[in-house]
Design a binder for this molecule. Structure first.
Ligand SMILES: [Zn+2]
Ligand SMILES: [Zn+2]
Length: 270
């Protein structure tokens, strides 16, 4: 059991994908806040976060790729160090980010007292994406908001406590092959199959697509839970403000959205 000061708190600041619609539950572009000691590491900072970072007060921002629903919040710069792969930094070279650091591929680096390892995934040719395996003394998770294909899924996800994946589509594939690369978004069902291969017991989906954002939350949540149950996985959809805790403890994970936390993080700044 990890000591108390090693505990890690994850907050889904935003859970909306690259879509035109939004809802109360999925208001802002997908972003995750990792709180650990004094560190507040934000993964991704899409256009919905432009001008709204004061409430989040990140000590570091880590990007999965350069699509604007993940990086567009930084067009006027960043209040802290921004970490991304060399390819992503190159695509964002015109953004006035003062302190930028390159994250190597498949090599563990320390950010805010946490270990990050970037795994290249197939999603876009123009904006190559990675998923992050984040390891802490309290446990580990994989954050992969945009993915069409995850090479060597069983190895990439092995031993993690929770997989945080792409909720663009539940069953319908949004994947196509272009110049030999798989692009788009793998359905939740496919990602759950990767979790089965890697013996991952918990999966949460963010980056929600329009069928989820527009649909009835109870019905959709029941569908995703059932798809998980069929595979022996505790699966669910994330909403803005939802939290997860490491060390993983089932009862602690039942906490639903925390409106006051969300207000602090985003809405207070309108
Ligand atoms: Zn996206
Ligand atoms: Zn993308």
């Amino acid at each position: 059991m990890a000591a108390k000061n090693e505990a890690v708190e994850l907050t889904f600041l935003g859970t909306r994908g690259e879509i035109g619609v939004r809802s109360r539950r999925h208001q802002r572009h997908s972003a995750l806040l990792i709180e650990h000691g004094n560190a507040r590491v934000m993964i991704d900072c899409g256009a919905d976060w432009l001008g709204r970072l004061d409430g989040v007060a990140p000590t570091a921002i880590v990007l999965t790729h350069a699509h604007l629903d993940h990086a567009g919040g930084l067009v006027r710069g960043a209040p802290c160090t921004v970490y991304a792969t060399g390819e992503t930094l190159r695509l964002l070279r015109r953004f006035p980010i003062l302190d930028r650091r390159r994250v190597p591929l498949k090599k563990s680096v320390a950010i805010g007292g946490l270990r990050f390892k970037a795994y290249p995934v197939q999603h876009s040719i123009r904006a190559p994406a990675v998923g992050y395996r984040v390891s802490t003394k309290a446990g580990s998770f994989f954050y992969l908001p945009d993915v069409a294909r995850l090479p060597n899924a069983a190895q990439a996800l092995s031993g993690i406590d929770v997989f945080i994946g792409d909720g663009a589509t539940i069953r319908r594939s949004m994947v196509r092959v272009k110049q030999g690369t798989t692009i788009g978004h793998a359905p939740i069902t496919g990602q759950l199959d990767w979790c089965v291969k890697a013996h991952v017991g918990h999966a949460v989906f963010t980056h929600c697509g329009s069928p989820i954002v527009r649909g009835d939350p109870r019905t959709l949540s029941a569908i995703v839970r059932e798809l998980g149950r069929e595979r022996n996985i505790d699966a669910r959809l994330a909403c803005d403000g939802d939290q997860l805790f490491l060390p993983w403890n089932r009862s602690a994970q039942e906490t639903e959205r925390k409106p006051d936390k969300l207000d602090r993080a985003g809405r207070a700044k309108g």
